[in-house]
Design a protein around this ligand. Sequence first.
Ligand code: SF4
Length: 319
Amino acid sequence: MSFSESDAWVTDNPTTSATSTTPTPKNALKIERENHKLEKRLCRQVGQAIIDFNMISEGDRVMVCLSGGKDSFGMLDILLKLQKRAPVRFELIAVNLDQRQPGFPEHILPEYLKSLGIAFHIETQDTYSIVKKIIPEGKTMCSLCSRLRRGILYRVADELKATKIALGHHRDDMLQTFFLNMFFAGKLKGMPPKLVSDDGGHVVIRPLAYVNETDLTRWAAYRDFPIIPCSLCGSQENLQRQQVKNMLHAWEKQYPGRTVTMFTALQNVAPSHLMDPRLHDFKNIQITGVPDADGDKAFDSEEFASNSWSTLPMVKNDL
Ligand code: SF4
């Protein structure tokens, strides 16, 4: 069976009834219903991303990178649910890199993972000291820190014989990266749902590509994940990313639906209507003599329906 043709990945069939934090009797039913819907949506979106980008194949051993944040907890949780009903067999192994940040509660993840009864590996490497030594006080440490982390995780993936590395970036991370590249690097470049790593040796997947951050926040609260704060290292979030985040939030507030429209645009690229000669041979274009309804009207100014976002395929899929 070609699993990409199967809808088992996306069938709305929650495999567990998650235990919730104690709701009041008055609204318990409503909360339960909402959380049930949320679980269905998360499973459907992750399943759809897996199908659309052929992320997981028969026999894969997927290394799930678990930072202790809500996103990676959510990714592991949903992948475990999908594993039970997926049309292909695959293994999951959770991996956490303990970077020896001061105050890192090293018992939390092993205890949680043991309680799930799944395979896991904790890699301990003191990158914190290295970064502190190299980066001047007050400067953001994230760039060096994540570079060191990347190298270690590639090595661990080799040692564990993982065939895929799963990262917990979601739709909003991907959009933010797109705008960061545009505003600060002059590139039309986002964060792909699947890629070959820079060392050429690993396939990296982002199963949360279609999931929005708000849903992950809600899911984390509902599932009561033992979240480890990401501020232990003392580094500030990159200022540029924060600016882009604020900008996207403000746009969404003012024009509800804009985030979905922009995310849809990332999957609907027209290289002939951009300006990169490496993607389109502008120099040698020739008349075809064949009318094209989607062709450039050239003389007309573009018109857009005021609510055009609501007709986009992604919106129809509730993504
Ligand atoms: S927030 Fe801290 S742990 Fe995370 S990438 Fe930045 S420096 Fe590293």
